[in-house]
Write a protein that binds this ligand. Structure first.
Ligand SMILES: Cc1cc2nc3c(=O)[nH]c(=O)nc-3n(C[C@H](O)[C@H](O)[C@H](O)COP(=O)(O)OP(=O)(O)OC[C@H]3O[C@@H](n4cnc5c(N)ncnc54)[C@H](O)[C@@H]3O)c2cc1C
Length: 343
């Protein structure tokens, strides 16, 4: 079957690619039915939210199941708010909704593109807060068996841009998430420029505005310039490697972790290789944020891939540090390990 359905508007990189079919899924029943049809046709499938963390390497010879399961409700206990949110809701709109209803705690995660259902997949995080910290549960559907199950926060095994969903449950669809926010709100101001705010006076709305302003200034808007946010994860190295690097590069930007490892700022490493603005074909390293690769001028996926490989090799050669993509790579048959095509 020919892949004729365009995916260009379904990925924030704005890469030209096609799929055999794209099915909008707005209920569990439609998901189960769409999955059965896909299986009967013996076609591969992928789940997609807003496409803000994927790179289509070529046409996808299968069916895209597009998450549009909506719904939002909340209850309260004496100490907490408990939100139940359909996976197809937009993350940033959820952040705005909670603020408007005086339910506080999501403000640091403002303006992260994408769907609510994708938030647990890579444990989204920004400005010192990760989804892990606010997750109560994740509801999953196995479309093969039509079984639903609820995973507790602990079951999700969240890590840095990682969760159980990247390793198991790969054929399961996140249909809803539960979020728990404390009524007794404490501002989270440990990260970067947020430290400038006064913890005794600041409001959640001010943090929201501050985060939005920084992000608008620093990150290219995917509606104007195709991109998928941070292309690479911040690499984590052991204490000894970090100590040696700090000695050799006193300006190194790094974040010590609770487990003794040290996270290095991938953007700093790329910047030190003088790659800001570097271009291959229509793809470029963003000139203000080295961690973001952009579709500057009708880039093909090959342009993005060649640029990513160049960045990977330069950083490896300069620092002996091996970057790993945060973005998910989709080939003709489905998702593939990005290291298989990068290194
Ligand atoms: C400008 C920009 C800034 C960004 N900033 C940040 C940031 O600060 N922090 C951060 O963590 N991320 C950031 N990202 C990355 C992105 O926003 C997140 O990864 C987001 O959660 C992706 O949501 P999505 O709906 O677009 O997922 P998609 O890109 O559609 O999918 C991502 C992966 O999740 C899977 N998936 C999606 N929905 C489901 C589902 N319902 N069930 C099962 N699997 C599913 C897909 O198969 C795919 O493998 C940024 C991206 C952009 C473009």
């Amino acid at each position: 079957m020919m892949p004729l359905k365009s995916l260009k508007h379904l990925n924030t990189f704005s890469i030209t690619a096609h799929a055999v079919d794209v099915i909008s899924v707005d209920s569990v029943n439609i998901l189960i039915e769409a999955f059965r049809n896909t299986k009967n046709l013996k076609l591969p499938f992928i789940f997609l939210g807003s496409g803000s963390n994927v790179l289509f390497l070529e046409d996808f010879l299968g069916v895209v199941l597009l998450n549009q399961i909506k719904g939002l409700s909340y209850t309260e206990s004496e100490t907490d708010w408990h939100l139940h949110v359909g996976a197809g809701e937009n993350w940033h709109e959820l952040v705005c909704y909670t603020l408007q209803h005086n339910i506080l705690g999501l403000e640091n995660l403002a303006l992260i593109p994408g769907s609510v259902g994708a938030a647990p997949i890579q444990n989204i995080g920004a400005y010192g807060v990760e989804f892990d910290q606010i997750c109560e549960y994740v509801d999953l559907l196995d479309p093969c068996t039509a079984d639903c199950q609820r995973l507790s926060r602990k079951d999700c095994r969240f890590g840095y841009r990682d969760s159980i969903f990247k390793h198991y449950y790969k054929t399961c669809f996140v249909i809803a998430v539960g979020i728990k926010l404390k009524k007794c709100w404490v501002p989270k101001l440990d990260y970067g420029d947020l430290k400038k705010l006064d913890p005794f006076k600041v409001t959640a709305k001010e943090i929201f505005d501050f985060v939005c302003a920084i992000r608008r200034n620093k990150l290219p808007n995917p509606l104007l310039i195709g991109n998928a946010g941070s292309f690479f994860k911040n690499p984590q190295v052991d204490r000894d490697t970090a100590a040696l690097m700090i000695k050799n590069y006193p300006d190194l930007v790094y974040y010590p972790q609770a487990d003794g490892t040290v996270k290095l700022a991938a953007g700093w490493l790329i910047d030190q290789c003088h790659l800001k603005g570097y271009t291959i074909g229509g793809a470029a390293v963003h000139d203000r944020q080295a961690l973001v690769l952009i579709n500057k001028n009708h880039a093909s996926s090959q342009d993005i891939l060649d640029l990513a490989r160049h960045v990977y090799q330069k950083v490896a050669f300069t620092f002996s540090v091996y970057l790993e993509p945060e973005v998910r790579f989709i080939s003709a048959e489905g998702e593939i390990n990005p290291m298989a095509v990068l290194s």
